[in-house]
Design a protein around this ligand. Structure first.
Ligand code: ADP
Ligand code: MG
Length: 288
């Protein structure tokens, strides 16, 4: 059985009415929820306690991390409320109505380079904030990046801190458990040599590649081959037809993020200094 939630739940679920399913992931179903009293809409992550048995600490961890980062940055989903019943844990987030970056990439095929650069810059600034708060996300991927609204230029939001870890400085790079989504996992995770913040920079490299090409760099026939390709850093900017309109600066940015040796990989702050991100001017500068 699960220890009581700390602190005591602020509300009870009957104050919310759940609606359509917004998405689902590894451990949870996320449903639209309407706060009965105010009529406000939220996204409610429903976690089945029985399925989580033995891993309850992951949810407690997710709550702790969200409390630390979620209201501090415009591009991180805000945890609004949480509570539990006998069977479920509920995390109530501000609703992002614009859907996953994953679906937008799939719908568009790929992003124009300028749009990709400005999205990646925004996400990297938020990643830098997360890292400066002593947290590693560990599950950055287009399914966990959500648009706040359906607008074309809606804010992008980092979601799903379920695998994130708070890292004490002295324990930095000491995480060894294998976790994440294979295609976005850094080589050092598979090598079990210890990992930390650099895994998020690697994942950003994979996401950038996906944004530019419409497919991911380490996709192979089996998970074993995929893992071997990641450990070897074996990927190409091919087929040519998908990359001919992409600048060398963008390719160099991807290459830098996908540095196999984590100690040589740029930090989030360094990645933001890369020419591809640093040079981009706003498309439209309003008159003073
Ligand atoms: P899991 O840990 O199971 O992957 P997530 O937190 O990633 O759970 O949520 C699963 C999916 O639910 C997301 O990929 C997204 O599609 C949807 N989702 C999560 N949070 C929100 C939100 N605040 N607003 C809208 N949809 C959300
Ligand atoms: Mg997820």
């Amino acid at each position: 059985t699960l220890p009581p939630a700390t602190p005591m739940p602020a509300t009870v679920p009957c104050q919310y009415r759940t609606g359509k399913t917004l998405g689902s992931g590894t451990y949870a179903i996320v449903k639209e929820a309407i706060h009965v009293e105010t009529g406000n809409h939220f996204a409610c992550k429903v976690i089945n306690k029985r399925l989580m048995e033995g891993r309850e600490h992951m949810v407690r961890n997710e709550i702790a991390v969200l409390k630390r980062v979620s209201s501090g940055h415009r591009n991180i989903v805000t945890l609004h409320d949480y509570f539990e019943t006998a069977h479920n844990l509920y995390l109530c987030f501000d609703l992002c109505t614009g859907g996953e970056l994953f679906d937008r990439i799939c719908a568009k095929g790929n992003y124009y380079e300028g749009d990709a650069a400005s999205l990646i810059r925004t996400i990297f600034v938020a990643v830098q904030y997360i890292h400066n708060s002593g947290i590693v996300h560990r599950d950055l991927k287009p399914e966990n990046l959500l648009f706040r609204t359906t607008d074309e230029d809606a804010d992008i939001m980092i979601a799903d801190f379920g695998l994130s870890r708070v890292m004490e400085e002295e324990k930095l790079n000491k995480l060894t458990e294998i976790c994440g989504t294979p295609g976005y996992m850094a080589p050092e995770i598979f090598k079990k040599t210890g990992h930390g913040k650099p895994v998020d920079v690697w994942a950003m490299g994979v996401i950038t590649y996906f944004l530019l090409a419409g497919y991911t760099p380490f996709d192979r026939d089996s998970q074993q081959q995929e893992m071997e390709a990641i450990i070897a850093g074996d990927y190409k900017f091919e087929p040519e037809e998908y990359w001919q309109n992409v600048s060398d600066t963008a390719k160099d940015f991807v290459k830098t993020c996908l540095t196999v040796d984590p100690s040589k990989r740029p930090t989030a702050a360094e990645a933001l200094q890369h020419k591809w991100l640093a040079d981009d001017k706003p498309h439209f500068v309003p008159d003073p």
